[in-house]
Structure formats: C-alpha cells, structure tokens
Design a binder for this molecule. Structure first.
Ligand SMILES: Nc1ncnc2c1ncn2[C@@H]1O[C@H](COP(=O)(O)OP(=O)(O)OP(=O)(O)O)[C@@H](O)[C@H]1O
Length: 340
C-alpha cells in the first residue's frame, strides 16, 4: 500500500524550505495555527552544504529547535543522497537527523510544492490573464518558466488534492503558423527535437531570439533573457518584441495542451520568475488566443481560467498549507520520508 505523509505525523515545530538552483528560502512553523516565521533568502553559492546553510541561517537565529523538516528540491528524489539540479548541494536526510536534530525529514519535488500552493493560494496571490478569473475546486495545472520549465498537475478527487509531479516540461512543441515554419529551423534543438523547455525558460528566450534574428538575416544584439524581455516590453527592438510575442504564444499553446491533458477546469497557473516579469506581455491577446486555439475543444478552453502566481514565496506557502493539514493532500511519501 502506498504510504501517505498523513500516516506518519510530522511533529511541530516544522522547518519548511524551498531549495532552488540559486536561492534557498526557509520558514518555521511553530504550530498548525500561527503564521510561519520567515528567514532571509539564502544564496546557495554562499554555503558549501545545505546543512551549513540551515545551521547558520535558521538554527543559529532562533531558540526554537524544529522537530521536522519538509524540503522542496529541484531534482529526482531517489535514495539517501539527493543531488540538486543546477546546484552542487547534496541533501542527506540521515545526516540532517543525526547532525541537525530533526526527528523526521520529508523531501518533495519543487513543482509538487508549487502544486500544493496552487491548491491553497487565494485571489490576492494571483493575477488573472484573460477575462475569466474564477478557479473552481477542480483539477489544476501549474507550469513555471525559470531556469528550466517545471510542470505539475493537481488532481482533485475524494475531497483531496493530489499533486502530480512529472516531466511535462520536456514534451515536444511543433511549428504551427507560417512564421513558426520560418523560425523553427533556426532553433537550437536537444538531440534533434524542440522540447517545450528549449523554448520556455530563460535559455529558451535567447534560443527564440537568436532564431528570429537568423530568420530575419540580422545579427543578434542581446545575449541574456532579461535584456530581451526589457527591450520587448519597452517596444525598443523589433526582434525582441517578436521573441516575447512568440514566447507567450508557445507558453499559451503548451499551457492549453496541459489543461486538456488534466481537464484542468480549476485553472492553469503560471509560476517561476519569468512569468511575474512579463505580465504585460502575457495580458496581450496572444497568450489566451493560443491557449484557447484547441479545436474541437475551444469552447471548453474559453471556460478555463489562467493566472500568474504573484505570491513571492508560493512554494513555501504550499508547503506550510500541507504541514498544517497533511490529511487534505494525497502526497505519497514512499522513499521520501526519513525518521529517527
Ligand atoms: N527580466 C527577466 N526576463 C526574462 N528572464 C529573466 C529575467 N530575469 C531573469 N530571467 C531568467 O530567469 C531564469 C531564472 O528564473 P527563476 O528566477 O524562476 O529561477 P529558478 O530556477 O526558480 O530559481 P531558483 O532555482 O533559484 O529557485 C534565468 O534563466 C534568468 O536568466
């Protein structure tokens, strides 16, 4: 039988952490009712190990000794040594128990934490894209363009939210419009194919921009995603403007496909650092047009809301909601829960 975390109580105080490639964020929940105590963001590059970061940035700053910890990490969770993607830290739950004093350590996937957030964030933590802005209690999808493209589903069944982490960022994306057929031959493929993550992340913005420049026969002027988006939003460079138009179109297309797969009547949520930085571009008609352009199901798609998550620490908020009410979520913990 699959084990759920609600079968094994996580005792308070609980340290929750969202460990990204560049930043690690921590907060402490002393009980199920109070607000979490936040700690300043930690740059992963400033500490050799995650244990040192937790000791220096959390445990040394409070007299409260957390009994449990729930950490969301980017990377596959297998075995007792969990290396992180895009960061040299290795999470070793057994040494966290012996050296940092935890009784229980639960490790989850970073997009699983985003999915938990999507189950619980209210309307103050999101910005609607398009006219429809309700979010019924029904299956949802979260996708986040950042260093890569993370994707998770969130299925609602039997009064319980089930996060479904996967590798949906690696689905194929094909050309559709006449312009796509001009641009696609110039995109940098991965082993011969164009996956969503080749387009929909920081590196993907540069990939699209370089392909647009090649299709136009001009030299690329910009080499980092932030310069391309800022010139696009200012309308100061034609190729940058087209790059972000294509980016939001492809994001709408992929978001629509994922909504179809999960029948996400509860909405599609965009997370990740990039979405928050390009909200004006996402609110142009292109995103919703691509999202809804799913014949024979366009009418269905028009009824699905899309949002940008604006909460600055959504993953931590999701983990805190879970820590308070683990029984409301179907989070399988086989191979991911360590106890003293
Ligand atoms: N203004 C911007 N416009 C577009 N892309 C940007 C902008 N600023 C940063 N980026 C790109 O966003 C990506 C980082 O995204 P994000 O901040 O979501 O990272 P992340 O992977 O969630 O971070 P972490 O792993 O530290 O949690 C990088 O590729 C970066 O180049």
């Amino acid at each position: 039988m699959v084990k759920l975390a609600s079968d094994t109580p996580l005792n308070f105080p609980i340290l929750i952490g969202d460990i990204g490639g560049t930043n690690a964020r921590f907060s402490l929940l002393t009980d199920a009712f109070g607000e979490p105590r936040a700690f300043p963001n930690v740059q992963t590059a400033d500490f050799a190990t995650i244990d040192e970061a937790i000791q220096a940035c959390v445990l040394d700053k409070t007299s409260v000794q957390p009994r449990s910890t729930i950490l969301a990490v980017a990377g596959p969770i297998r075995g007792d040594e969990i290396p992180l993607t895009n960061c040299p830290w290795v999470v070793r739950p057994k040494s966290m128990i012996s050296d940092l004093g935890f009784e229980t350590v639960l490790i989850v996937n970073d997009f699983e934490a985003q999915a938990l957030a999507v189950a619980t964030l209210d309307e103050n933590s999101r910005d609607a894209i398009g006219e429809k802005s309700d979010s019924p209690i029904a299956s949802r999808v979260v996708l986040g363009p950042g260093t890569g493209l993370g994707v998770a589903g969130l299925v609602f069944a039997q009064h319980t939210w089930f996060p479904v982490p996967g590798e949906g960022g690696h689905i194929d994306v094909g050309p559709r419009s006449a312009r796509d057929f001009e641009v696609f031959p110039h995109l940098q493929p991965i082993e011969g194919r164009i996956s969503a993550e080749q387009l929909l992340c920081g590196r993907g913005i540069v990939n699209i921009y370089q392909a647009v420049c090649k299709a136009d026969g001009t030299d690329a002027q910009f080499h980092d995603p932030a310069s391309i988006t800022s010139h696009a939003l200012a309308g100061s460079d034609r190729q940058c403007v087209e790059t972000i138009d294509l980016f939001v179109t492809y994001l709408g297309r992929v978001a629509g496909d994922l909504a179809l797969i999960f029948m996400a009547r509860g909405g599609v949520f965009l997370s990740g650092g990039i979405s928050q930085k390009i909200i004006p571009a996402l609110k142009s008609p292109l995103f919703r047009q691509a999202f809804e352009d799913k014949a024979p199901h366009s009418a269905l798609m028009r009824n699905i809301s899309t949002f940008v998550i604006t909460h600055p620490q959504a993953a931590l908020a999701g983990l805190a909601a879970y820590a308070r009410r683990p029984g409301s979520f179907g989070l399988a913990t086989d191979g991911r829960l360590w106890s003293r």
